[in-house]
Design a protein around this ligand. Structure first.
Ligand code: ZZB
Length: 260
């Protein structure tokens, strides 16, 4: 599987993350990025937040003199052999932190319409896929939309401040059948009430992928008016040439492991 890996810069750690990371001297002077693996670079304008798993342990790995990536150990091991780190083949962990503590961290994600957004919790983040960090696009991803509805309804239960979820999905792609907010539309049609509705969410996701790619037209950004099929790789190449993203490949066997 080939992903676009988005570099999401930490602007301000949450209080708990700052406290937990204070003892790691190796982080001093480094810019830390949460790295999210996506198959939909063309939707990145609509990023409203980033998701982590609250039961996942993340590492912060050295990239070069200035930068470090917050990802799972598994992703770091894969990246070490893809010319992403300065020292090829070398996994250098500078710090570690549990996902729960990251919630509330203020971040900046390239091309999001919002200059700063927050790290939020999601139940279904798989530690065995991508980087274990998921960038959230509630306009086009039913899982993201359903999760955000849960968080908005139950801020206290999820330990989320209302201002961290105080936004609406941004229209990025127009589709003939489902309009310009395909994920909220599909969630309504399929009566999806929560991130726990896994079966309906899997169906909605498949439709959203197909419709977005084959029928979608960009309604935001530099490629507004282009078919998604034509814009997708251009947007990806632009992100990469600006240094805001890179290609991350996941070996086949590891992708399979999510099913059992
Ligand atoms: C942004 C985005 C926007 C995504 C969208 C999807 C959609 P898949 O579909 O199963 O092959 N993802 C990435 N890593 C993880 C993880 N560790 N745990 C849970 N979800 C993860 O997986 C690829 C997509 O699943 C990725 O692309 C990411 O969300 C999420 F509008 O990034 B995506 C219709 C989907 N639309």
């Amino acid at each position: 599987q080939e992903y676009t890996a988005m570099k999401i810069r930490v602007v301000e750690w949450s209080d708990q993350a700052a406290a937990a990371l204070a003892k790691f001297d190796a982080l001093k002077g480094k810019t830390v990025y949460l790295v999210a693996a996506t198959l939909r670079p063309e939707t990145m304008y609509g990023q409203t937040n980033c998701f982590v798993g609250t039961e996942i342990n993340y590492g912060i790995y050295n990239v070069n003199e200035k930068e470090a990536f917050l990802i799972t150990e598994r992703a770091a091991r894969n990246m070490a052999y893809q010319k992403i780190f300065e020292k090829e083949g070398n996994v250098e962990k500078l710090a570690e932190i549990n996902g729960k503590l990251l919630v509330g961290t203020k971040i900046h994600s390239p091309s999001s319409v919002f200059p700063t957004i927050y790290v939020l919790p999601m139940d279904n983040v798989l530690a065995t896929k991508g980087t274990g960090v998921v960038t959230s696009v509630p306009s086009d991803s039913p899982d993201d939309y359903a999760t955000l509805q849960d968080l908005k309804k139950k801020c206290e239960y999820y330990n989320v401040k209302p201002e961290w979820v105080d936004f609406e999905p941004i229209p990025v792609i127009e589709t003939p059948t489902y309009g310009n907010l395909i994920a909220p539309t599909l969630c309504k049609m399929k009566k999806i009430n929560s991130q726990k509705d896994r079966v309906q969410l899997a169906e909605a996701k498949e439709i959203a992928y197909k419709e977005g790619f084959y029928q979608g037209t960009m309604c935001y950004g530099e490629y507004k008016g282009y078919k998604v099929q034509d814009a997708k790789n251009k947007i990806k190449d632009d992100l990469i040439s600006k240094g805001e993203a890179f290609v991350y490949n996941e070996p086949e066997g590891l992708v399979m492991s999510r099913s059992g």
